[in-house]
Design a protein around this ligand. Structure first.
Ligand code: GCU
Length: 342
């Protein structure tokens, strides 16, 4: 909340009657979906997130600690003469006998808090539904500060000025997936990517750039994530760029005062998950993230799902309450994943 208040412009709009009327950029333009999808992905690279990171970094993995149903694995990446360690936590349902599906989701807090029983990580709910959790502390991939780049994973990759923290977090989730695919207790065909808030934006980008993720979940991702930028309700592109200049590509800043010139909007980001199952959720008091803007974007994205013959693969809920990811949210997500990932 403190962060949200700091980030707000004095003239933030919370009045529905003043939300902008906006023509959205076309999602479908008559081309076959694979071709249109590639175009939209390119637009997102150029204008929002920066180039997709394609370089492969050597990585060594060692199990650092383990318990009956969890293990902490240190990933040591090397590149550009440097090394960087990231600790990944995998928690499987106690007593699981078959390969289990999993959710890759970065954590705002150190991974020790996940095992210690953090409210955002209801391990009992995961266990009940038979899902594993694969997480890491997000700052291990990119410290969430303006000057974070030299200490981020990007410093080990071939220099690319267009990429930034969102890409680093998305890239990190793909590396966690690489590892998950080598694990005998995890079902590599049923691994979803999820994220809350800024990490929901990163999860949408990870799902867009890595189609090995079988499903995508956005929790309260808001501006720069699921909510429509053109609606002008709650957070604005200008707020993102002012408070978090290290998240998106430099070009994104040129839209702070010209959001209608942005060649994309969030319905297109969401559609990049198609035809895979996609769940978007909001919280009723989280007006900064514009719940209605998230729902409207998903409704538009559904048109891509319908056009490619994958209807009814998306879901939405509005949880009463504040900006957060709770046991209630996870309960809905895991039920949805069980029903859609087969
Ligand atoms: C701030 C920011 C949001 C972001 C949120 C979060 O409120 O303005 O865009 O989603 O932090 O990550 O909690």
């Amino acid at each position: 909340m403190a962060v949200s208040l700091l980030a707000q412009r004095p003239n933030t709009n919370y009045d529905e009657s003043k939300a902008a009327r906006y023509p959205l950029p076309a999602l479908l333009d008559g081309k076959a979906w694979p071709e249109r999808r590639a175009e939209i992905l390119k637009l997102y690279e150029t204008h929002v997130f920066g180039n997709i990171i394609t370089a492969k970094l050597p990585v060594e993995t060692t199990v650092k600690a383990q318990g009956p149903n969890w293990r902490e694995v240190t990933f040591t990446f090397s590149g550009e003469g440097k090394k960087k360690a990231v600790n990944v936590l995998i928690v499987v349902p106690p007593g699981a006998k078959k390969r289990v599906p999993a959710v890759v989701c970065l954590s705002f807090t150190p991974i020790s808090t996940v095992l210690a029983g953090h409210s955002r990580w209801p391990l009992d709910v995961f266990a009940k539904h038979g899902f594993a959790v694969i997480t890491a502390h997000y700052t291990d991939f990119f410290p969430d500060v303006k000057q974070g780049r030299p200490d981020s994973i990007l410093a080990l990759l071939p220099p690319d000025e267009t990429t930034n923290a969102m890409s680093a977090w998305a890239w990190g989730m793909s590396r966690m997936l690489d590892y998950a695919l080598t694990q005998r207790d995890l079902d590599g065909k049923r691994i979803a990517v999820a994220g809350h808030s800024r990490l929901g934006k990163a999860a949408l980008w990870a799902g867009a750039t890595d189609q090995r993720f079988a499903a995508v979940i956005s929790n309260d991702s808001g501006e720069g994530g699921a909510s429509l930028s053109r609606r002008i309700f709650g957070e604005h592109v200008a707020d993102l760029n002012a408070s978090f200049p290290h998240w998106f590509t430099e070009k994104f800043k040129s839209y702070s005062q010209a959001v209608n010139d942005l060649p994309v909007d969030s319905h297109m980001l969401l559609a990049l998950s198609a035809p895979r199952p996609l769940y978007v959720a909001s919280a009723s008091e989280d007006l900064w993230a514009d719940p209605l803007g998230e729902l409207l974007a998903l409704t538009e994205a559904d048109k891509a799902y319908e056009a490619i013959g994958a209807p009814e693969q998306t879901a939405y809920h509005l949880r009463p309450g504040k900006h957060d990811i709770t046991a209630y949210d996870w309960e809905r997500y895991l039920r949805f994943l069980k029903a859609t990932l087969r």
